[in-house]
Write a new protein. Structure first.
Length: 135
């Protein structure tokens, strides 16, 4: 049973079986590139919120860096949101780069065979440098 306490575009807190689980989404801009940082768990409880935030960002920007440094878990529903976002960006000649994946998150992409579909960089700086070099 999920008991929502706070819900906004960029911060979602939920009490799940007596323990506090939080997913936070932060959006920042750098030279026209949207940087989205996700902390906490990306699972079925939060995938709709991530999808909404990512869709809004895609409507405004064609280049998005998803920083998953503080993402401790991603479920198939979270992966689906990222795949859909990547597809939407591709349709408008945009791109998405995933950065700073924790080992458990990277394993999900590698085991599912999805690591080859995404451009994954070690950190934000590498992704920003790459995106700035492209038109």
């Amino acid at each position: 049973m999920i008991d929502l306490m706070i819900k906004s575009e960029f911060k979602i807190n939920a009490c799940l079986q007596g323990s506090l689980k939080i997913m936070k989404i932060f959006k920042d801009l750098h030279d026209g590139i949207c940087l989205m940082s996700i902390s906490g768990r990306i699972d079925s409880n939060y995938s709709d919120d991530l999808e909404s935030s990512l869709s809004k960002a895609i409507n405004e920007y064609s280049r998005i860096i998803m920083d998953l440094k503080d993402t401790e878990y991603i479920s198939s529903s979270g992966v689906r949101v990222l795949l859909a976002g990547k597809k939407m960006l591709g349709e408008k000649n945009g791109e998405m780069i995933l950065v700073s994946l924790q080992p458990v998150v990277r394993d999900v992409f590698e085991i599912a065979g999805l690591a080859r579909l995404f451009l994954i960089k070690k950190n934000r700086e590498d992704a920003l440098s790459l995106m700035k070099c492209r038109p």
